[in-house]
Design a binder for this molecule. Structure first.
Ligand SMILES: C[S@@+](CC[C@H](N)C(=O)[O-])C[C@H]1O[C@@H](n2cnc3c(N)ncnc32)[C@H](O)[C@@H]1O
Length: 695
């Protein structure tokens, strides 16, 4: 086998004013899900450490959850993960060690004197920079001290031993229903190699300079050449077991990095296997990524469509390390400056999160559990990921407004909205999951929110329950592909059907959100849609669907200063051009959870638009009858046929090892909803993809 391939990745583009742009080597330990299906014997003996140390963002701390609210734990399901950090009632931030390049010794990070940090607390004051300008020398993580990119080429012997011990994993995998797909309301998710070739940009990215795109730099062209790599997945018709028996994880990694070079067309040395096409190399790359990082192949294929090959690798690598711990100062109880000083007095090492927030703090180290300090218990702050600030900033609620938070538990965003309203007006904080409303209510009380009404409806019952809101936030249930670093189970527990059902649910919810907002509001008339998923089915496709179904609504700027534009087209499908106003956030680019934010302005409907809405409501794709049964009356069975056939084909192959030609399966396809009857959903409960799968 050839030399070990190296990926040299530049730091992701720093956020404006972000403190997160200084690197330090993270020595986190993370377990892969035991359900990772394809690591085979490698799991017991190999530790994925090279990629982890080299790739993705380097973070400054390691967080262990030491105590959890069991209610919350029970309630957590895939698709409800974006705010899992808010569920952490007790979080301990371990001491961070600095790994300087000049020394292998770990030394404790010194804390800067609290009094020298300057904080501003005005939310309105976003243009003022003084808050972010920490006196020079107070940062313990100066870039100069941090390991440089060159350092990331360290030998494997220098790597921490147990950063990602695949041998220790242990979560039980829930049985998956990988059966058939149902409709995606006109979405065209056909996967063909020709399309993939375009998306993975094999050597055809003319705009790209030598430095790489968006801060992603590789040295693949310099030192990766084919020293005997093979393409076993291709040779076995794409259906091979992901791990070749007898092949080490290190070999898989080397080939994976080489394949990225081949797919990117980097340099003469990155020639592929003679006689094999680029598509062949891409197929092998997908298998190798699935093997190396412990994903199911379906999800790797899906996620790789979002990025060129080198960026895809950066994304998968970033998912292997946690994002920085952040907290939001609760301006109903304190000021950020005072909170920072109080926490520093307890030995907490922190700094303002970034220029774009006047209430966020990044916590680098803490000798005390950050989820159990007196300040936490007194409601002076919320443990909240940086990305989950963004939908609320985009919503921009104004004092005295009536706001609906449609899917709000455990309340990270509700309590932020309440604080921005300065305890005036009213926030209706709804969630369909009763168990989760307990933690929502607890947070509302802890944070001193007096303008919040907690309710427990399926949000698709709005606006029948109540309407005419000045602003509506729909932080939708989703697959959680943006928060894989928090919940590795997403790597293996999602099927095509899950994404289709989630997309359906999100489309229904977004129409209800738009219909619940008052077009005549004197101060508002805005709806924000967000997810912690990066898949287009759950993001741009949902927004585009809403624009088509609600011509009285249009997209506006989110007001967020950074983020990547939403896709204007994807997989041959063109979205409304205004979809570029939506914003995507990525772990590998922004060092925050993957997130999507869109902001709508709701205008008055014309008479004919009102009629359209009535038709939509009656023919909603998934409806719940009085007995809690969901049915899919508006599923388009003709459009579903291809999905269903593909699902059946894969199912047969996976469970019985039978290969069937797609055409054969398609003949036998009927709508799963027609054949299996309505999906039953317990009354008053939310519809999760798992429950649907089991139904
Ligand atoms: C992403 S989480 C919300 C996080 C919350 N916005 C926060 O900031 O803390 C999605 C929530 O949607 C809820 N949910 C799922 N289906 C729903 C439905 N049909 N109606 C209302 N809520 C639903 C889940 O119970 C979950 O709490």
């Amino acid at each position: 086998m050839g030399r070990r391939a190296k990926l040299k990745q530049a730091n992701p583009t720093p956020l404006p004013g972000s403190g997160g742009d200084r690197s330090s080597r993270h020595k986190g330990k993370k377990k892969a899900s035991s359900s990772a299906p394809n690591l085979g014997s490698l799991k017991s003996s190999k530790k994925v450490k090279v990629a982890k140390a080299k790739g993705g963002r380097v973070t400054k701390r390691q967080v262990d959850k030491v105590d959890e609210d069991s209610d919350i734990e029970d309630a957590m399901r895939p698709g409800e993960l974006s705010e899992s950090e808010d569920d952490e009632e007790t979080v301990k931030v371990k001491s961070i060690k600095k790994r300087g390049k000049e020394s292998s010794e770990e030394e404790d990070i010194e804390r800067g004197p609290a009094k020298e940090l300057v904080f501003s607390d005005s939310e309105d004051d976003l243009d003022v920079d003084e808050d972010e300008q920490l006196p020079p020398g107070l940062h313990e993580f100066d870039l100069d001290d941090a390991p440089s990119d060159a350092d990331s080429d360290m030998d494997e012997d220098d790597m921490p031993e147990d950063e990602f011990d695949l041998g220790e994993d242990d979560e039980e995998e829930e049985e998956e229903d990988s059966a058939f797909a149902s409709s995606d309301d006109g979405e065209d998710d056909d996967i063909d190699m020709a399309d993939e070739d375009e998306r993975v940009a094999i050597g055809d990215d003319e705009d790209e300079d030598e430095e790489g795109r968006d801060g992603i730099t590789t040295n693949l062209e310099d030192d990766i050449e084919n020293e005997g790599f093979t393409l076993p997945a291709v040779d076995r018709g794409g259906e091979y077991e992901d791990v070749e028996h007898g092949t080490s994880l290190r070999d898989v990694e080397a080939r994976m990095r080489w394949l990225v070079g081949v797919c990117m067309g980097k340099g003469e040395k990155a020639q592929g296997v003679p006689g094999k096409s680029r598509s062949d190399h891409l197929v092998q790359l997908q298998h190798d990524i699935a093997t190396y990082f412990g994903y199911n192949l379906f999800l790797v294929e899906k996620l790789m469509k979002l990025f060129p090959a080198d960026e895809a690798l950066a994304f998968f690598e970033a998912n292997e390390s946690p994002r920085p711990v952040s907290i939001r100062a609760n301006t109903l109880r304190t000021r950020r400056r005072d909170l920072a000083q109080a926490l520093m007095g307890r030995g907490v090492n922190l700094e303002p999160i970034a220029k774009w927030s006047k209430v966020g703090l990044t916590v680098f180290e803490s000798p005390v559990p950050i989820g159990a300090t007196p300040e936490y218990l007194a409601g002076h702050y919320m443990l909240q990921s940086a990305s989950s600030f963004l939908p609320v900033i985009a919503l921009s609620p104004q004092p005295n407004e009536r706001v609906l938070d449609m899917a709000s538990a455990p309340g990270g965003k509700t309590t932020y909205i309440s604080a921005l309203l300065q305890n005036t007006g009213v926030v209706f904080a709804n969630d369909s999951n009763k168990a989760r409303t307990k933690s929502l209510t607890a947070n509302v009380h802890r944070m001193g929110c007096k303008n919040v009404v907690v309710c427990n409806y399926d949000a698709r019952e709005f606006p029948k329950v109540m309407g005419g809101f000045d602003r509506v936030l729909l932080d939708a249930p989703c697959s959680g592909t943006g928060v894989i670093s928090k919940d590795g189970s997403v790597k293996v527990n999602k099927s095509e059907r899950d994404f289709q059902l989630l997309s359906q649910l999100q489309k229904q919810l977004i129409l209800c959100a738009l219909d619940s907002c008052s077009p005549t509001s004197s101060t508002g008339g805005y709806v924000v849609y967000s997810t912690c998923s990066v898949t287009v089915d759950e993001d741009e496709a949902v927004v585009d669907y809403a624009l088509k179904k609600r011509p009285n609504c249009h997209l506006v700027e989110t007001g967020l200063e950074f983020g990547v534009e939403g896709f204007k087209s994807f997989e041959g499908k063109t979205f409304h051009p205004s979809v570029s106003l939506t914003r995507r956030f990525y772990p590998h680019k922004h060092n925050m959870d993957g997130f999507f934010v869109a902001k709508f302005r709701v205008e008055k409907r014309t008479k004919s638009q009102k009629n359209d809405t009535a038709v939509d409501a009656a023919g909603a794709d998934i409806t719940i009858d009085d007995d809690g049964a969901a049915n899919g009356s508006a599923f388009n069975e003709a459009e579903d046929a291809a999905y269903i056939a593909e699902g059946k084909r894969k199912h047969l192959l996976k469970t019985k090892g039978i290969k069937v030609a797609p055409a054969e399966v398609e003949k036998s396809v009927k709508s799963p909803l027609a054949s299996s009857g309505p999906v039953r959903i317990p009354k008053g409960k939310k519809v999760t993809e798992k429950r649907r799968s089991k139904a």
